[in-house]
Design a protein around this ligand. Structure first.
Ligand SMILES: [Zn+2]
Length: 290
């Protein structure tokens, strides 16, 4: 078994930019940073950050006073405008970019896309219904009418390995590509712990009871703004009751079957999730010993 530092990290888990949170309350400092000769402005295309042929994000020089201060890379400030309002927010159309996106830029891509789409969806105050405007370098919106301040949210989702007798439970959703199986997942509901959400989701979707829930890794998922919380759990039995409302199928796979799928073996009984999905990281870790 490799040491923990050798285990793969989730795709969006890199360090990203220095968010320089202390500067967000200082609009004069942010405006001055926008005039820095090396300041960079994110380039957007069709509602998503643009990628070059090398998979890196594209940047231009800054003109004007962009509403989103993404952070610093060393001394270099990074900004973004909002994509044009007439471009639809179509998350699934952006999945294809993830196959090309350079790992080093993935956290910046995630932050910019989630933040921009949050602004586009929150033009009005949820307390009084009046218009709001970007504030704190784009990391909140302020209501000029009632004074409320609104912050971008991340919605917690549990994504779960369930193990029984050295086999792993994986399922497929109706929209998956042919042959794909992945870890089961579901939103954490208000008033629920991570452990309770794992137990509820696995019982609802697969009819199994689990215990010993342990945290493995997390990943931001910018479609639109989810925090995936990856865990391992132990199932009390391997008897499945498939909930066909959410899953086409769920089944147990042996360690050898999972290893074959990860290796891309055409004889493997399923196709593994892509590298940018935290499910892939969790399954990789399971085969390596977590
Ligand atoms: Zn208001």
């Amino acid at each position: 078994m490799p040491g923990r530092d050798k285990l793969p990290d989730p795709f969006f888990a890199g360090p990203g930019l220095n968010r320089a949170d202390a500067l967000r309350a200082l609009p004069d400092r942010i405006a001055a940073l926008a005039t820095h000769p090396d300041a960079r402005l994110l380039v957007w295309d069709n509602g998503a950050p643009s990628l070059g042929d090398d998979g890196r994000l594209l940047w231009s020089s800054v003109e004007g006073d962009p509403p989103l201060f993404l952070g610093l890379d060393g001394e270099v400030p990074h900004f973004s405008n909002l994509p044009p309002g007439d471009v639809p927010i179509n998350s699934r159309a952006h999945f294809g970019l993830l196959g090309q996106l350079d790992l080093r830029d993935a956290p910046i891509f995630a932050a910019a896309l989630s933040l921009a789409n949050w602004h586009r969806r929150h033009g009005f105050c949820s307390a009084c219904g009046q218009p709001t405007a970007p504030n704190r370098g784009g990391w909140s919106r302020a209501c000029g009418s009632c004074g409320s301040e609104h912050y971008p949210r991340a919605d917690p989702v549990v994504i779960m390995l369930a193990e029984h007798d050295d086999r792993l439970l994986l399922g497929r959703q109706p929209h998956y590509p042919a042959g794909r199986y992945s870890a089961l997942a579901g939103f954490v509901e208000p008033g629920e712990t991570i452990e309770a959400a794992v137990a509820r989701e696995l019982f609802e979707e697969a009819g199994i009871r689990v215990r010993d829930v342990t945290y493995l890794a997390s990943q931001p998922w910018p479609f639109p703004s989810t925090l995936m919380i990856g865990v391992h759990s132990a199932a009390d039995s391997d008897s499945l009751t498939n909930d066909h409302h959410e899953l086409d199928d769920a089944r147990w796979f042996t360690r050898a079957e999972v290893a074959a799928a990860l290796a891309g073996d055409p004889a493997a009984p399923f196709v593994a999730p892509p590298r940018f999905a935290i499910a892939r990281t969790l399954i990789d870790r399971w085969v390596l010993g977590l």
